[in-house]
Design a protein around this ligand. Structure first.
Ligand SMILES: Cc1cc2nc3c(=O)[nH]c(=O)nc-3n(C[C@H](O)[C@H](O)[C@H](O)COP(=O)(O)OP(=O)(O)OC[C@H]3O[C@@H](n4cnc5c(N)ncnc54)[C@H](O)[C@@H]3O)c2cc1C
Length: 399
């Protein structure tokens, strides 16, 4: 009996495209349904840590990603007020030695392009754009997925439906995970920009990840695309929930963000002031649930466990999900529900732990007064080994 499955995936983001490639590698057929008319190469920078790059290495995609990615040599943490260095973690080649795979920064559009090209070159994968998943019905021998393709109703038949349709997942909504199951606003917004190197201050071009800590705000920046651009994320406490739609399209008012960072050290201010246009994102996560599935339907990525981005793990966790599900399906074959149960058993606790750690990290970053003073003192006294060891549970993890 053939154990080849037909998987239907809702969403062609990092999770959807990566799971398609992971399943195709085991010989399964995959149909990816994406609501957008074109899979646009949009976005800003992403940190891809070794727990995720190791998965791409297994998929044979690491070499291609390395063509677009950079590997920062240092993580430099500074105090907002006076640029005093709180911590300087020079991991360089040690990162790969310790964590077994490279720690990269990459433009999301480049990652998306590599994934899309690999999917397009794989005869087992079909990607259908302009197709929204709206509902599903499972039976003992398969799953029917209903949706809309432009004005037409469409239906697909497969063995499993994977909901990789992001924060406001339509698949999740139909799973019935309970009354209170909805995204939770964190009271923070992220302002994102990608600035051409020619317009950026020279200090922002060195091959390092920079983190600035101030009261109720922080700032992250690093070079991308061979140093041609600088990726900037400014995170502030705020009450803006967004006005629906695609966050990549939501512009932020430059006067607001410049004002918010006006009291920061000149070096940080110069970078903020150099940005002509920002995208603004309200940040959400969700309370962990007991399950991400019903019969033959399972969630992954932000649809399953959206995270606040303070440990830079949202996409990395989505990539981990894909490897775990592909391996579980390889173990259980046509017994899709057994594979889903194995996947949930492994992924639910890790996602719950990551959520707590991400929230905690945000609180630490935004401390003020004596708490910030104590934080800086503790950070400045930690040696490299201890600092790296604190990241082992994230970066050494192998899905
Ligand atoms: C400021 C910020 C910084 C971040 N930095 C990092 C970082 O450094 N490292 C990191 O690992 N993560 C980071 N993240 C998190 C990361 O961006 C997300 O976790 C990741 O992109 C989620 O991928 P996904 O594929 O699950 O969802 P998405 O990227 O949201 O993709 C979902 C896809 O599903 C489609 N879709 C939606 N509904 C339907 C439907 N009904 N039918 C069909 N298709 C549908 C959408 O159009 C979309 O293409 C950051 C996030 C933010 C906000």
């Amino acid at each position: 009996m053939s154990t080849q499955l037909h998987a239907i995936v809702a969403g062609a983001g990092v999770a959807g495209l990566t799971v398609a490639l992971a399943l195709a590698r085991y010989g399964h057929r995959v149909t990816v349904l994406e609501r957008a008319d074109v899979i646009e190469e949009v976005g800003a920078g992403l940190q891809l840590s070794p727990n995720a790059t190791s998965v791409y290495r297994d998929l044979g995609l690491l070499e291609r990603l390395l063509r677009f990615a950079l590997a920062p040599e240092t993580l430099r943490v500074r105090r907002a007020r006076d640029a005093a260095e709180v911590m300087n973690l020079q991991y360089g080649p040690l990162a790969e030695l310790r964590w077994g795979a490279p720690h990269l920064v990459i433009h999301r559009a480049d990652l998306q392009r590599v994934l899309l090209e690999a999917a397009a070159g794989n005869p087992a994968i079909t990607v259908k754009t302009s197709t929204s998943v709206l509902g599903f019905a499972a039976s003992s021998d398969g799953i029917q997925v209903g949706g809309r393709m432009g004005p037409a109703n469409v239906r697909f038949e497969g063995d499993i439906l994977i909901g990789a349709d992001g924060l406001n997942s339509a698949v999740r909504e139909r799973l019935g995970l309970g009354e209170g199951d909805r995204p939770i606003y964190s009271g923070r917004t992220a302002w994102r920009a990608v600035l051409p190197a020619a317009q950026a201050p020279r200090e922002a071009l060195t091959l390092e990840t920079n983190l600035w800590l101030g009261p109720k705000a922080h700032l992250v920046h690093y070079p991308l695309r061979g140093g041609d651009v600088v990726n900037i994320v400014a995170i502030v406490e705020d009450s803006w929930l967004g006005d629906g739609g695609d966050f990549w399209q939501q512009q932020g008012d430059i006067r607001f963000i410049r004002g918010r960072y006006a009291s920061w050290h000149r070096q940080a201010r110069t970078l903020i002031d150099a940005v002509p246009e920002w995208r603004r994102w309200p940040l959400f996560d969700r309370v962990p649930t007991q399950r991400w599935s019903v019969d033959r339907v399972v969630l992954m990525g932000d649809a399953a466990h959206p995270l606040l981005p303070f440990l830079a793990q949202g996409a990395c966790m989505a990539v981990e999900d894909t490897a775990t599900l592909a391996k579980a399906i390889a173990t259980h074959g046509k017994n899709v529900n057994a594979a889903i149960a194995q996947y949930e058993k492994i992924r639910l606790p890790r996602a719950a732990e990551m959520r707590i750690a991400s929230r905690r990290q945000g609180a630490i970053y935004h401390m003020s007064g004596p708490l910030a003073f104590a934080r800086d003192l503790v950070m400045s006294r930690m040696n490299r080994d201890r600092l790296m060891a604190r990241l082992d549970w994230i970066y050494k993890y192998r899905a």
